[in-house]
Design a protein around this ligand. Structure first.
Ligand SMILES: C[S@@+](CC[C@H](N)C(=O)[O-])C[C@H]1O[C@@H](n2cnc3c(N)ncnc32)[C@H](O)[C@@H]1O
Length: 263
């Protein structure tokens, strides 16, 4: 954990809290155009299954034509996808839900959002998904405005995690659900060693070959090791006010899906 309240981690480095966001922004600025390709290469496509599991938990109502906003039926299902980057969670949610599903992708990085907007246009989903720049620590949305808030592989990058959790809680409607996908701690004997080897020997090299930025992927593997263990992160979610907090580990603990309700 950080040594003082004004310090945090950027991978294995201890940095001033005020410095981390800028460093994170540089990482995603650098990899944005190759981000989706790298996800497939690094995870062997597994990130798709993890994201599908998240969207199954989001469980958007299926009433109405998929991906088309039903103007007549009034209130829709509103999802806020924090640190939503290039839109994977948003597109899956719209595909799973009915015409009353709308998704706001909020991300701090304009380059990631630009890729997302382009993908939305290509898919004909730009009417159902909007991409907005914002900081998860200080959301530009009123209290109680979303039915569900998700964050996939994003919370690890946010300097003040407690603030982001408090903001997710604030913008959720009563009865709304918070869902978070994040890399976790591998807990299967045997897999642990292979995972360490793969993480530190293979991923930065693939990152270098595909994006030209080895450091970005070195940060990725280090930041995963620095992120709180799932039990500790579950306690942080509880401390933000969420109830019925739980988590499920997937793929031997490579990833965990956390859930909490605003009740
Ligand atoms: C690993 S990507 C995840 C993107 C997407 N959720 C996915 O699963 O493919 C992490 C994202 O977090 C965003 N991010 C980092 N710090 C943020 C912050 N303080 N507020 C909002 N987004 C942030 C980055 O810009 C980046 O797009």
């Amino acid at each position: 954990m950080p040594t003082t309240r004004d310090e945090t981690h950027f991978g294995y480095e201890t940095v001033p809290l005020a410095e981390k966001q800028g460093r994170v922004d540089t990482v995603f600025h650098s990899v944005a155009r190759r981000y989706d390709l790298m996800n497939d290469l690094m995870s062997g496509g597994l990130h798709r299954a993890w994201k599908d599991a998240l969207v199954t938990a989001v469980n958007p109502p299926t009433k109405g034509h998929p991906g088309r906003l039903d103007q007549k039926s009034g209130r829709g299902f509103a999802l806020l996808d924090l640190a939503g980057g290039t839109g994977d969670i948003a597109f899956r949610t719209v595909a799973a839900g009915g015409g009353n599903t709308r998704v706001v992708v909020c991300d701090i990085n304009e380059e990631m959002l630009a890729v997302g907007r382009q993908r939305a246009e290509q898919r004909g989903l730009d009417h159902a998904v909007t991409f907005e720049q914002g900081n998860a620590e200080e959301l530009p949305y009123p209290d109680r405005s979303f039915d569900c808030v998700t964050i996939a592989f994003g919370i690890r990058n946010v300097p003040r995690i407690e603030r982001a959790l408090a903001e997710a809680y604030r913008v959720l409607k009563i009865g709304g659900r918070f869902l978070c996908l994040e890399f976790s701690a591998v807990d299967v004997p045997g897999l642990e060693k292979i995972y360490e080897l793969y993480s530190f020997q293979v991923i930065p090299r693939v990152g270098q070959a595909v994006t030209g930025d080895r450091e970005a992927y070195q940060y990725l593997v280090e930041s995963i090791r620095k992120f709180p263990k799932p039990q500790a992160f579950a306690r942080m979610i509880e401390a933000a006010g969420f109830r019925r907090v739980s988590f499920t580990q997937m793929t031997g603990g490579v990833v965990a899906m956390h859930s909490g309700w605003k009740l």
